[in-house]
Design a protein around this ligand. Structure first.
Ligand SMILES: C[S@@+](CC[C@H](N)C(=O)[O-])C[C@H]1O[C@@H](n2cnc3c(N)ncnc32)[C@H](O)[C@@H]1O
Length: 230
């Protein structure tokens, strides 16, 4: 079901311009987005400091990025979300909490290399990305080989992808793609709630809804291999 467009979407996005680095236009398609291209972001100018950079792709309503940025004030975060309608809620939360270490990119993740410098990111978080089981939509899955090529470009050597999902099929698909695309799988958890990772886990909005239905949560960490590593 398509979400109804939020009231006063554009003025509300404009009021948060200091947090939103790219777009602000609803329903941007890939071609438009590429034409909208401005410049690779200068992290130091953006955050007024030098700090490790981490990225969440598909931030949704922003519960994860808000809590993560609060817990880790010495890290700078980019939250990427294709939907203007959805990113607005996340931005309003960050503004309310006056967090200085989060910026938003309202773009499809496909064009991230237009904005983030090569080999500049420590960690990419993929929280409950849509599994898209239809074969015809494989390329759009956020752990397809196409996307992993993009993450290879963005991540520093040794940088990590942290994935959580409720879908076992999508999880197994992702593990196979990580191994095929230059990542070493560092940890695999098939029941997050009953694992050593539960203590520090930040529960996202989608995760909460899956947990309330008693579903298991799957989690993996995949590290970009160093040069020459097998
Ligand atoms: C299932 S929701 C999960 C939201 C949130 N991470 C959570 O766990 O509650 C997936 C989100 O990813 C966004 N998304 C899907 N494909 C994307 C893409 N190619 N680039 C950026 N965001 C994308 C969707 O708009 C949606 O908000």
């Amino acid at each position: 079901m398509r979400m109804r467009r939020k009231r006063n979407l554009l003025p509300r996005l404009e009021a948060l311009q200091e947090l939103l680095l790219v777009s602000g236009r609803p329903m941007l398609n890939l071609k438009e987005a590429a034409q909208n291209y401005r410049a690779v972001i200068d992290y130091e100018a953006c955050f007024q400091r030098t700090a490790p950079v981490e990225v969440e792709i598909g931030c949704g309503n922003g519960g994860f990025i808000l809590e993560k940025a609060k817990r880790e004030p010495s890290v700078d975060f980019f939250a990427v979300e294709i939907s203007s309608n959805v990113i607005l809620a996340a931005m309003e939360k960050v503004k309310r909490e006056q967090l200085k270490n989060v910026r938003f990119l309202n773009i499809p993740a496909e064009i991230l290399p237009c904005y983030l410098p090569e080999e500049s990111v420590e960690t990419i978080y993929l929280n409950f990305s849509t599994p898209l089981p239809e074969k015809s939509r494989e390329k759009q899955r956020l752990t397809s080989s196409r996307f992993l090529g993009i993450y290879q470009q963005l991540l520093k050597s040794g940088g990590k992808i942290v994935q959580k999902t409720d879908s076992e099929g999508f999880f197994d698909y992702s593990l196979a793609r990580f191994e095929e695309n230059g990542f070493k799988i560092e940890s695999v958890t098939r029941d997050l709630v009953n694992s050593e990772f539960a203590k520090d886990n930040i529960v996202t909005e989608y995760e909460q809804s899956f947990l309330s239905k008693g579903q298991k949560i799957f989690r993996a960490v995949a590290r970009k291999k160093e040069q020459g590593e097998n």
